[in-house]
Design a protein around this ligand. Structure first.
Ligand code: ZN
Length: 166
């Protein structure tokens, strides 16, 4: 279907808190599939105007590629779907606070809104270790933190506990 307006001129549909929680549940589901494949359980979902553009989980161990974090894979898929490198009107849901690489990709893709679950004191680049929004970059996504935080953090804790017991 042809877009009537340029993507950037379209009204931004802001999901409600209930919708945020529901999309995060989908991100959690894909994160669980990563754990089953022995990858660190992080999941990401890109949503625009109530439609899923991409669902991805961390694949780093499986693909043996340093950049294959959930967010990068979701952004790549969403760009393919929308046919451009900008992702206006998109909310990216992530179970874990994005690292510097992923936060950089989010800014480069001009994603207007990021919702994440658990904070990451070791590598989080949207408020924990550092906040890329504090720098004078040309784009600052709105950040919504702590959605389904407990479930997101518990999933990671359970994964690492199991790893240690192996
Ligand atoms: Zn990352």
């Amino acid at each position: 279907m042809t877009e009537r307006y340029p993507l950037s001129a379209q009204p931004f549909y802001e999901p409600t808190p209930g919708e945020d929680a529901a999309w995060m549940a989908l991100a959690l589901e894909t994160a669980r599939s990563a754990a089953e494949a022995d990858d660190i359980p992080v999941g990401a979902v890109a949503v625009r105007n109530g439609e899923v553009l991409a669902v991805a989980c961390n694949m780093r161990e499986r693909t043996r590629c340093a950049t294959h974090h959930a967010e990068i894979l979701a952004i790549e898929e969403a760009c393919r779907k929308l046919g451009g490198w900008r992702l206006p009107g998109t909310t990216l849901y992530v179970t874990l606070e994005p690292c510097p690489m992923c936060a950089g990709a989010i800014i480069n893709a001009r994603i207007p809104r990021v919702v994440y679950g658990a904070s990451d004191p070791k590598a989080g680049a949207f408020g924990s270790l550092l906040n890329l929004n504090d720098f004078p970059l040309n784009h600052k996504p709105a950040l919504i933190r702590g959605v389904r935080e407990r479930e997101c953090a518990d999933l990671l804790r359970a994964y690492f506990r199991k790893k240690r017991l192996k």
